[in-house]
Design a protein around this ligand. Structure first.
Ligand SMILES: [Zn+2]
Length: 139
């Protein structure tokens, strides 16, 4: 069993059961921005007895305890993101793939001076297509 992961859960105030560890080992270490159903599918491959309710409850618990962020990036689609530091997102029109974009890569106007609002957080969600990598260069 992954004791570092168990420690991480405990530190966040989450009792590390076998099921929670199975969910955590995928969702706290992925760049895929999975939906709850995708998490269920992935984790069930390891732990077939895992119920949908357990996965949903565990995801909500992780969000509540600050281990995970819940994002709505596309209409009606909730995804989970273990990267807690500020960053932006790019969504590929064709594949629906969600990629992280470094915070510094996009310059946003002075959000803090928006009158009549207290801004808690913000991010830029970009949509488009990924261009083929230039020849002779990897990725
Ligand atoms: Zn992200």
């Amino acid at each position: 069993m992954d004791t570092a992961l168990a420690h991480r859960l405990r530190t966040a105030g989450v009792q590390p059961s076998a099921q929670r560890l199975a969910v955590a080992s995928y969702v706290l270490d992925t760049l895929e921005h999975p939906s709850a159903d995708q998490v269920l599918e992935r984790v069930q491959a390891e732990l077939p007895m895992l119920s949908r309710a357990t996965v949903y409850n565990t995801l909500h618990l992780f969000v509540r305890q600050g281990l995970l962020r819940q994002l709505v990036l596309a209409e009606g689609k909730v995804v989970y993101d273990p990267r807690l530091e500020p960053h932006h997102h790019f969504i590929d029109d064709q594949t629906g793939r969600i990629e992280d974009v470094p915070w510094q890569a996009v310059k946003v106007g002075d959000v803090g001076t928006l009158r009549g609002y207290e801004i808690r957080e913000y991010m830029v969600v970009m949509r488009g297509r990924r261009l083929p990598a230039p020849r002779g260069k990897k990725k």
